[in-house]
Design a protein around this ligand. Structure first.
Ligand code: AP5
Length: 219
């Protein structure tokens, strides 16, 4: 099974992808994570994308399509792909469709995490993650169980905030979402792949609704 998680910044794509990985054995392919990795490694691509990402603008289609294409080619031992933050433009959606049809691996569901803009600022500004293992938390909605200690790896007092998690970049990211990414809702609706979830709900309830959709594929 291959799925796409679609939603604006802070909708909960990364949070929900982790639950799906744990419960369904799928592989999360997050273009945001891949680009941050490239940035941190100081690679040529990393240098090109660093400023673009900090501003909150979209990286060019060619770069992300290449990244995704090589991950699809080199990944094994999983039950399917979770595309998180990709595609983000109609051009990327067409490219993904071509890449997957060559491999005879169609997209089964596109899950739109629907929220309203008011909660996004609060979610983005309150987000922090473990600097060692990358686990994502939220100051109010999803804090560590023991203050300052990562639930997953036990690292102490070593958390970070993303440089693009500020109000200015968020405005640009939201604008990109509405201008370039939201047309994908109609695109996948016409392809009869779209499932829309209320992502304003509590994290576990959002996951339960996603799980119901994914389980229906096996029926
Ligand atoms: P990317 O890393 O993909 O960022 P994004 O799409 O802006 O999404 P986020 O990671 O900010 O949010 P999310 O939906 O994953 O939310 P999360 O689960 O963390 O992309 C970053 C940049 O890379 C882009 O701006 C662009 O420059 C570039 N890029 C990436 N892909 C690209 C592409 N395909 N093409 C071109 N450029 C690309 O949740 C957020 C917070 O809310 C967390 O703290 C969490 O704990 C909390 N939370 C989650 N769910 C809930 C809930 N239900 N209730 C309460 N709190 C919740």
């Amino acid at each position: 099974m291959n799925i796409i998680l679609l939603g604006p910044p802070g909708a909960g794509k990364g949070t929900q992808a982790k639950f799906i990985v744990d419960n369904f054995g799928m592989l999360q392919l997050s273009t945001g994570d891949m680009l941050r990795e490239a940035k941190n490694s100081g690679s040529e691509i990393g240098k090109v994308v660093s400023e673009v990402m900090q501003r909150g603008d979209l990286v060019t289609d060619d770069i992300v399509i290449d990244l995704i294409s090589s991950k699809i080619d080199t990944s094994s031992n999983h039950t399917g792909f979770i595309f998180d933050g990709f595609p983000r433009t109609l051009n990327q959606a067409d490219a993904l469709s071509k890449l997957l049809s060559i491999k005879n691996k169609p997209i089964n569901y596109v899950i739109e995490l629907r929220v309203n803009d008011d909660v996004l600022i609060e979610r983005i500004i309150g987000r922090y993650s473990c600097n060692k293992c990358g686990e994502v938390y939220h100051e109010k909605n999803n804090p560590t169980k023991i203050p300052l200690i990562c639930d997953v790896c036990g690292e102490k007092d070593n958390f970070m905030k993303r440089p693009d998690d500020n109000e200015n970049s968020l405005k640009t990211r939201l604008m990109s979402y509405y201008k370039d990414t939201s047309p994908l809702i109609g695109y996948y609706h016409v392809k009869k792949l779209l499932k829309t979830i209320n992502a304003l709900d509590e994290i576990n309830n959002v996951y339960r609704n996603i799980e119901t959709i994914l389980k229906s594929w096996y029926l």
